[in-house]
Write a protein that binds this ligand. Structure first.
Ligand code: AMP
Ligand code: MG
Length: 327
């Protein structure tokens, strides 16, 4: 299969390009598109053979459910019956945006979408290209991140091509994604709701609207989100979180080829050519972290050392991904 790439404006996408992409989805094809979080790998939510191809293209474990991307709140009723008041409040406030709600799924939602769970995960992405595509399509686009399973998520069309060239029909290239970290996944089938995956929307933002939520540390709760059990966000090189340049020096002494991603360290202490400095602001760090990991990985380093960030705001989601990458 040859993968076609169409460049388009992130703010005013060409309707012809969108119509083209909708045709591909309707005929059971795979379309990669930007969202405000990361690039997604899209397929028709009700086309089981297309979704099977999506799983094959990503080499994704079949017990990992998919997020259904919908055009607006009304479309939710195609997928979920019982919508608790807290879910309505959150959708009203944060959609379109980086919040995925896990709701009780309708019987009609294919098993492959839900990994045979009773629940279904839904969100409305906040990106003109994604919205145009999903609204024009009209009945839900499943879209996991457009990377090979286990690899860092793609934040540019080049990342998508690196992982999925020849495996998808079309890539809509509208430049780099704004947030750079996936959506927050919140299970609202229980009360208080449970954060299954930290992400682009912070816990504080959610709690301001609906009061306390819980996080998943216990295995029992993590079972609700099978995806969180798999290896994730990992480069080919070994990934390690470091808190000081002393740690870097001692690892460098082992003779391993190291790459460093940092935001506050004094770079004189480590070799600068395989180093990348990211913004000190954690939002900027989140925007660039997956790109930096991919870049150093391509340089063929043995170990990628990443300076830790403060676990505040989106820093919580960043550190969660770095820890998963270390596993
Ligand atoms: P991604 O593949 O990067 O889009 O991640 C999707 C993630 O959403 C999965 O790995 C799960 O953690 C979560 N998810 C999707 N559907 C469900 C569901 N029905 N119940 C719980 N978690 C879900
Ligand atoms: Mg993913």
């Amino acid at each position: 299969m040859t993968t076609k790439v169409i460049k388009l404006s992130p703010k005013n996408p060409d309707p012809k390009a969108i119509a083209n992409a909708v045709d591909v989805l309707k005929s059971g094809g795979l379309v990669c598109f930007p969202t405000e979080t990361v690039y997604g790998l899209g397929a028709d939510s009700f086309n089981v053979p297309a979704i099977q191809r999506l799983f094959e293209a990503k080499q994704r474990p079949s017990d990992n459910p998919l997020i259904v991307h919908v055009g607006d709140f009304r479309e939710v009723s195609l997928f979920a019956g019982d919508i608790p008041p807290k879910a309505k409040t959150l959708a009203g406030q944060f959609w379109p945006g980086p919040l995925t709600l896990v709701l009780q799924g309708k019987e009609t939602v294919p098993d492959i979408v839900r990994a045979a769970l009773r629940t279904v995960a839904l969100r409305v992405p906040n990106h003109a290209v994604a919205l145009a595509l999903i609204r024009e399509f009209g009945s839900g686009v499943v879209a996991p991140s457009a990377n090979l399973s286990g690899r860092p998520s793609p934040t540019t069309a080049a990342h998508v091509l690196d992982d999925l060239r020849g495996k998808v029909d079309l890539i809509l290239d509208a430049g780099s994604t704004e947030i750079g970290i996936e959506s927050t996944v919140l299970d609202v089938t229980v009360d208080p709701p449970v954060i299954l995956r930290e992400g682009g929307l912070t816990r504080e933002q959610i709690e301001q609207m609906i009061g306390p939520v819980r996080s998943t540390d216990s295995m029992e709760l993590l079972k609700r989100s099978p995806g969180t059990r798999h290896r994730h966000y990992a480069p080919r090189a070994k990934l390690m979180i470091v808190g000081s340049t002393m740690e870097i020096e001692s690892i460098a002494k082992s003779g391993k080829k190291i790459g460093v991603i940092f935001h506050s360290f004094e770079p004189s202490s480590f070799e600068a050519k395989n180093a990348r400095k990211l913004g000190a602001d954690v939002k900027k760090f989140a925007h660039d972290i997956f790109d930096a990991i991919r870049e150093l990985d391509e340089k063929g380093v043995d170990v990628i050392l990443v300076e830790q960030v403060k676990e505040r705001g989106i820093g919580v989601a960043v550190m969660q991904r770095l820890r998963k990458g270390e596993e």
